[in-house]
Design a protein around this ligand. Structure first.
Ligand code: ZN
Length: 217
């Protein structure tokens, strides 16, 4: 997401990530494995919650050719949501989809949230990532482009897992930003960070957040 400070207000920033608009829930999603929907075991330490997703790259720009590889590598990374007892599995029949598309298509996928041709979102079963941000990150980003891509995947998938934006975007200036902070817009004095912080992992690991509804749910 490109910064629109001074042009867009907080409503836009919230709208850019639909997960912020969804109320927290204390109920865990429990469905059967045969649907490909999230599953969980009573003992999460022994059996992580499995979340299946598919990948769609809806742009043929060679600069985005590594999209699927970056998504799967990021979601498999031991620094990511797997620390919270989730196992994210690519599956062509999955109920969730992670899409890379150009601005107008992302805007359509994110409705009724406004992404203005520039933002990414999680909207129900869809994570829609803006191809311009994938290629270029954004002017406020002080990390590498590769780290930006990891960040946006982990942030939007965090919403899919039920995580919300923190009350304070940068709770400790000079320290890594929370992954659920809106780093695509402003770092607020924090360091760019593509991975969930320990407290975010602890929150997600409680497995009491409502996962996004999947296709067919
Ligand atoms: Zn967000």
């Amino acid at each position: 997401m490109r910064a629109l400070i001074g042009i867009a207000g907080p409503a836009l920033l919230l709208a850019a990530c639909s997960g912020a608009a969804e109320p927290a829930s204390s109920s865990a999603t429990t469905t059967t494995a045969s649907t490909g929907a999230p599953t969980r075991d009573a003992d999460r330490d022994a059996d992580p919650v499995v979340v299946r997703y598919r990948i769609e790259r809806r742009t043929d720009d060679p600069a985005t050719a590594d999209f699927a590889l970056v998504v799967t590598t990021t979601l498999d990374d031991p620094r990511g949501w797997s620390r919270a007892g989730f196992r994210l599995v690519e599956d062509p029949e999955a109920p969730y989809v992670i899409v890379l598309a150009e601005g107008p298509e992302v805007d359509a996928l994110c409705l009724p949230y406004d992404t203005y041709g520039q933002f990414s979102c999680q909207n129900g079963p869809v994570v829609a990532l803006n191809a311009d941000r994938w290629r270029l990150a954004h002017p406020k980003w002080t990390g590498s482009p590769a780290a930006y891509r990891e960040m946006v995947v982990n942030h939007e998938v965090g919403h899919l897992l039920g995580m919300h934006h923190p009350d304070v975007q940068c709770p400790a200036p000079g320290e890594p930003a929370p992954i659920m902070a809106q780093q695509s817009t402003e770092l607020d004095g924090c360091l760019p960070n593509p991975w969930p912080l320990d407290d975010e992992i602890a929150r997600a690991a409680r497995h009491d957040l409502k996962l996004a509804p999947g296709y067919g749910a």
